[in-house]
Write a protein that binds this ligand. Structure first.
Ligand SMILES: NC(=O)c1ccc[n+]([C@@H]2O[C@H](COP(=O)([O-])OP(=O)(O)OC[C@H]3O[C@@H](n4cnc5c(N)ncnc54)[C@H](O)[C@@H]3O)[C@@H](O)[C@H]2O)c1
Length: 340
């Protein structure tokens, strides 16, 4: 694989993860960062010694950049993707791909029209325990799937929202607990259980001074006949590790904080639970998330570009979790079941 140049749009907390990953990847180098703030450009050059731009056209004109990683506020992802695609750069975007389906579709179309590869970061799919679970479920060893539950009952303090005011807004965060934090585990649930037929949801803002929800719940019906219960929040002190519960006719698997904590599958022995430690959990602190799974996502994207194939999570795949979450929001507003 020839070495690829990477540029990053956004200089928030997640960017440190990218810097660490790129440093560890032989086939990639970090070319430059983009941020809208010219003060921040100076700070980045001084503190990190990385070239930084506040002029997007100049940043995207850099011929050394092959891949743009979009790491700005979620509701600005679409515009960043479109601009990068028009500049013929491949794009790896942080989750969620965007906060509305309309904006997602525009971004996907732009990448198709400009013939660039689009990937989205759902790094928990790379967790060692989850890949074990996915293997067993996708081979049908749990038999008919009956119920899948995802519980992301996390905690964020007031400062988390006040320090970076885009968080929890409808325009830039698209909501809050489901769209920002819960989406990872919902993505895993959908990856295991497949398409969703209908959603009923109820969301509330009980503690934080934000537009989006800090407490919410939903019931899903999957096309395969299984049902699902999802809960999410950022008001559940001190923040509990996210749970994923998978029930099939031949057994059940429980995961907590990315680890298998319960394995009862008929005729399938327990895997080695110690195999492969996961990255840290963001249950109480978003900066506690480690970088190893992100590194696997970036490597997968570089291979997808080199081999002209789809990345692990492409645009249509990343659209699915946003479709379910926005349906849940719509259901909560209308007090009706929403069919997808
Ligand atoms: N995959 C994951 O686990 C994960 C984890 C965290 C964030 N994310 C995603 O990454 C994206 C960015 O999230 P984040 O938490 O890094 O956002 P952030 O709030 O830290 O930063 C968001 C934007 O604000 C700007 N910014 C931040 N601090 C600034 C300052 N002091 N002055 C001027 N500008 C400033 C940055 O340029 C950045 O583009 C979101 O889409 C989020 O969903 C993903």
């Amino acid at each position: 694989m020839t070495k690829k140049g990477i540029g990053i749009i956004g200089t928030g907390s997640i960017v440190n993860t990218y810097i660490k990953c790129i440093e560890e990847i032989d086939d990639a180098n970090l070319v430059a960062l983009f941020t809208r703030s010219s003060d921040r450009v100076k700070k980045i050059k001084l503190e990190l010694g990385i070239p930084a731009y506040s002029d997007l056209s100049a940043f995207l004109a850099l011929p050394q950049i092959d891949l743009v990683c979009v790491c700005n506020e979620s509701g600005s992802h679409g515009e960043a993707i479109i601009q990068a695609a028009k500049s013929k750069k491949h794009v790896l975007c942080e989750k969620p791909l965007e906060v509305t389906l309309e904006k997602i579709d525009r971004a996907i179309n732009s990448c198709v029209q400009n013939d660039v590869t689009l990937g989205c970061v759902f790094q928990n799919r790379c967790g060692a325990h989850f890949t074990e679970v996915f293997d067993v479920v996708s081979k049908g060893k749990l038999g008919k799937l009956l119920m899948g539950n995802a519980h992301i009952n996390w905690y964020r303090n007031t400062e988390y929202y006040t320090k970076n005011p885009w968080r929890g807004t409808l325009e830039l965060d698209g909501g809050a607990a489901f769209m920002n934090q819960g989406i990872h585990t919902i993505d895993l649930l959908l990856h295991l259980f497949g398409p969703v037929k209908s959603v009923f949801g109820t969301i509330h803002t009980r503690v934080h001074n934000i537009q989006g929800e800090d407490v919410g719940s939903g019931i899903l019906e999957f096309e395969n006949g299984a049902i699902g219960n999802i809960t999410a929040g950022t008001a559940f002190y001190p923040g509990h590790p996210e749970r994923l519960e998978i029930y099939g006719e031949k057994g059940s698997i429980l995961m907590e904080g990315g680890r298998i904590v319960g394995w009862n599958v008929m005729d399938v022995p327990e895997p080695d639970f110690e195999k492969g430690n996961r990255d840290g959990s963001g249950a109480a602190n978003p900066t506690a998330i480690g970088h190893q799974n992100h590194k696997k996502v970036i490597l997968d994207m570089l291979h997808a570009i080199a081999e002209d194939k789809s990345p692990m999570v492409d645009g249509p795949e990343a659209r699915k979790s946003v479709e379910v979450i926005t349906a849940l929001y719509k259901s909560s507003e209308s007090r009706e079941l929403v069919f997808l």
